[in-house]
Design a protein around this ligand. Structure first.
Ligand SMILES: [Zn+2]
Length: 399
């Protein structure tokens, strides 16, 4: 059985320095004080569309303070991307659209040349640009994120960084809001040393780093952690503080930590996983005492492998500073379930181009148009995400 849990910890003290890289134009600084807020319940920096840099840190700080977490959803194309934004519009909250390396390759197309991760990079970049173009049309804040990147996959990350640099030169903000590095398979010192090296690169581009300590169990995107030593599934507070201290040394650093508290990728039969969100509470207490700055929740955590967790455990984790929960397995099922229902309902109209119960010469074009089945999947996925947002207390948090 794969267990694992990851929490993201965001270090406010190491947040993007206001005015450091955001004061590109004098008007942007003036706007923050005089401009009408886009969302009455959100910080003024948070606007409809892709949220990056200081606005992202403000959004996550706000979520921690108000006690809600944002759904972080794995996507594989415009259908799942748009379902995310449709859901966010419906539930009235922010959303994190997340690309995995495999998801990026799928978006580029399985027949595309993926030598040196070219297709994985191009697919993520293309889909991120899609989100930049359409996100504001949904009227919600959207965070663009990439998922687990293990050591062997760093060339993929390097390609994404190059794309961020190019985009940043033109626009003054990054293509992606945040990236995850998952070096949890490596020894702690090496994990954090590599994270720090990448934090330097990210900080220059106003990109937030999500790092992982401990191992998320289960299997996702071809990575199988089902037989990992159970001791590694529970992160130690000392490790989190070590990472916090190291990464805080990087100017303009902003980071969150996926710590393990028994979470697991995928859905398994009850009783196989023991989730211990108290680890997050204990970690906050430990770091707070170490920092001694009066902040009783200095970290922001991310919850990986939340599918199948009880609402009670999820809410208790949010109380410990969880500001995002990753969702993949449940939305995968939801999308399929929508397609399955559509086919079951219209089966007699889907057996040939011509001929159905209404007549042997009746055309079926309006039933087999791929948009019909894909839309059914989108609707179910969006519906499932509204439920997730409710679990995460992320409903009606904008206005
Ligand atoms: Zn994960």
């Amino acid at each position: 059985m794969k267990l694992a849990t990851a929490f993201l910890i965001l270090a406010p003290a190491a947040g993007f320095a206001p005015g450091a890289t955001y004061s590109r134009s004098s008007t942007s600084l003036q706007m923050s004080s005089t401009e009408t807020k886009a969302f009455t319940k959100m910080p003024a920096s948070v606007k409809p569309g892709v949220v990056t840099g200081k606005a992202l840190v403000d959004l996550l700080d706000h979520a921690k303070k108000e006690g809600f977490a944002i759904p972080g959803v794995n996507v594989v194309g415009t259908n799942s991307i748009n379902a995310c934004m449709e859901a966010a519009k419906k539930y009235g909250g922010p959303i994190m659209v997340t690309f995995s390396k495999g998801g990026g390759q799928f978006i580029a197309g399985k027949a595309a040349d993926n030598a040196d991760d070219k297709a994985s990079i191009a697919g993520c970049v293309a889909a991120a640009k899609h989100v930049h173009e359409v996100a504001a049309l949904y009227g919600v804040p959207v965070v663009l994120h990439t998922d687990h990147c293990q050591k062997a996959w760093l060339p993929w990350m390097d390609g994404l960084i190059a794309a961020n640099e190019e985009f940043y030169k033109e626009k003054g903000y990054p293509l992606f809001s945040s990236h995850m590095l998952d070096l949890s398979e490596e020894p702690l010192e090496e994990n954090i040393a590599i994270c720090k090296e990448y934090m330097e690169k990210f900080a220059k581009l106003d990109i937030l780093l999500e790092f992982e300590l401990g191992v998320t169990g289960g299997e996702e995107d071809g990575v199988d952690n089902s037989d990992v030593d159970s001791a590694r599934l529970y992160t130690q507070p000392e490790e989190v503080f070590y990472a916090y201290e190291q990464l805080s040394q990087v100017p303009n650093a902003a980071f969150t930590c996926a710590a393990s508290f028994g979470n697991v990728h995928g859905v398994y039969a009850p009783g196989n996983v023991e989730l211990k969100p108290v680890i997050l509470h204990n970690t906050q207490k430990y770091i707070s005492e170490k920092l001694g700055n009066g902040d009783d929740k200095p970290m922001k955590f991310v919850f990986h492998g939340g599918s199948g967790s009880s609402v009670e455990d999820i809410r208790y984790a949010i109380e410990a500073g969880v500001i995002k929960m990753n969702i993949d397995t449940d939305t995968q099922w939801a999308f399929w379930d929508g397609v399955r229902e559509y086919e079951a309902k219209n089966r007699d109209y889907l057996q040939g181009q011509i001929g159905n119960p209404d007549g042997a010469d009746k055309p079926n074009k309006k039933y087999y148009d791929p948009r019909m089945m894909l839309r059914a999947g989108e609707e179910k996925m969006a519906e499932r995400l509204c439920q997730a947002a409710d679990d995460l207390k992320c409903v009606n948090v904008l206005n």
